[in-house]
Design a protein around this ligand. Structure first.
Ligand SMILES: Nc1ncnc2c1ncn2[C@@H]1O[C@H](COP(=O)(O)OP(=O)(O)OP(=O)(O)O)[C@@H](O)[C@H]1O
Ligand SMILES: [Mg+2]
Length: 236
C-alpha cells in the first residue's frame, strides 16, 4: 500500500469515530464530485469543527467539518439568529449547523471579493466547508505562535484588512492572534463563521472586541496602538 493510501486509511478511521453517517455521506459526495480525493489527516480539533487536510488532485486543501453532535448548538443558534441574512432559520439542530457552514462560506467569499487576505472558499455541502490551504503543504502557524518579525507592519496590515472587511459590510467577530495565520510574514484571517453584517445588533460589540484583541496583541509585540485608534482607522 502506498504511503498516501495508508494516510487516507488512518484519517478515515479517526473520521469514522468522530462523525455520523450523514457527514460520511457528504464526504463521499465531495469525493465523487472530484472536489477532493480523500482526507489526509487532522489539522485541528476546535470548539465546534474538526479541520482536516485533504488531497485535491495536485494540491492540498482544507476541509472544515462542523460537528452535528458535539457542537455548542445554543451558541450557534444565538449568534446566527441576529444575522439579517438568515431571517427564517428555525431551531432545528441540523439546519442551524448547515447554515453555520454556509455562513462561513459566504463570509469568506465576500471577504475575498473585497480583497481581504482570507483563504479562498471552494465549496460547501451541509456541515462541510472546503477552502484553500493557507500554508505550503502544511497549515501556516497562528500569529500567536509565530510572532511577526516586523510587528509594526504586521499590525498595520491587520488593521488594513479589518477596514476592507468593514467597508465590504462585514465584522469578523472572533478576531485574535488565534484566528490570524502568519503566512510568510503576512497576516491571513481565518475562522469567519460568526462574522456578520453591521445591521446585526451584535456587530458593534463584535467590532469593539476585535479591536481590543488586536490592540492587546499589538501591545504584546511592542506596537503602540489603542483599541479606539484601531476602531477609528477601521471606520475611516
Ligand atoms: N484555510 C486554512 N489553512 C490553514 N490552516 C487552517 C485553515 N483553516 C483552519 N486552519 C487551521 O485549523 C485551526 C482551526 O480552524 P478554525 O479556527 O477555523 O476552527 P474553529 O473550530 O473555530 O477552531 P477553534 O475552536 O480552535 O478556534 C486553525 O487555527 C488553523 O490552525
Ligand atoms: Mg478558530
Amino acid at each position: 500500500m502506498s504511503r498516501m493510501a495508508t494516510k487516507h486509511k488512518e484519517a478515515w478511521k479517526t473520521f469514522a469515530q468522530v462523525f455520523d453517517r450523514f457527514t460520511e455521506l457528504a464526504i463521499h459526495k465531495l469525493i465523487s464530485k472530484g472536489v477532493i480525493d480523500g482526507l489526509m489527516g487532522h489539522a485541528s480539533i476546535g470548539k465546534e469543527a474538526n479541520v482536516f487536510l485533504a488531497q485535491a488532485k495536485d494540491r492540498t486543501v482544507i476541509v472544515k467539518i462542523y460537528r452535528l453532535s458535539t457542537c455548542d448548538f445554543t451558541r450557534m443558534y444565538t449568534f446566527i439568529r441576529t444575522d439579517p441574512r438568515f431571517p427564517k432559520l428555525n431551531r432545528q439542530r441540523r439546519k442551524v449547523v448547515f447554515a453555520w457552514a454556509q455562513r462561513e462560506f459566504r463570509n469568506l467569499m465576500k471577504a475575498r471579493e473585497a480583497g481581504v487576505r482570507v483563504p479562498t472558499p471552494i465549496t460547501h455541502i451541509n456541515n462541510i466547508l472546503v477552502m484553500d490551504l493557507v500554508g505550503d503543504a502544511m497549515p501556516a502557524a497562528k500569529a500567536k505562535d509565530q510572532l511577526p518579525q516586523k510587528p509594526d507592519a504586521f499590525i498595520a496590515d491587520i488593521i488594513g484588512q479589518m477596514r476592507k472587511l468593514y467597508k465590504a459590510g462585514l465584522v469578523h467577530g472572533d478576531l485574535s492572534p488565534y484566528n490570524i495565520l502568519n503566512q510568510h510574514e503576512k497576516p491571513v484571517i481565518i475562522d469567519m463563521s460568526q462574522s456578520t453584517t453591521p445591521e446585526d445588533p451584535n456587530a458593534k460589540e463584535f467590532l469593539e472586541r476585535d479591536a481590543k484583541n488586536i490592540a492587546a496583541f499589538a501591545k504584546k509585540i511592542g506596537v503602540e496602538v489603542t483599541a479606539d485608534e484601531i476602531l477609528q482607522k477601521v471606520k475611516a
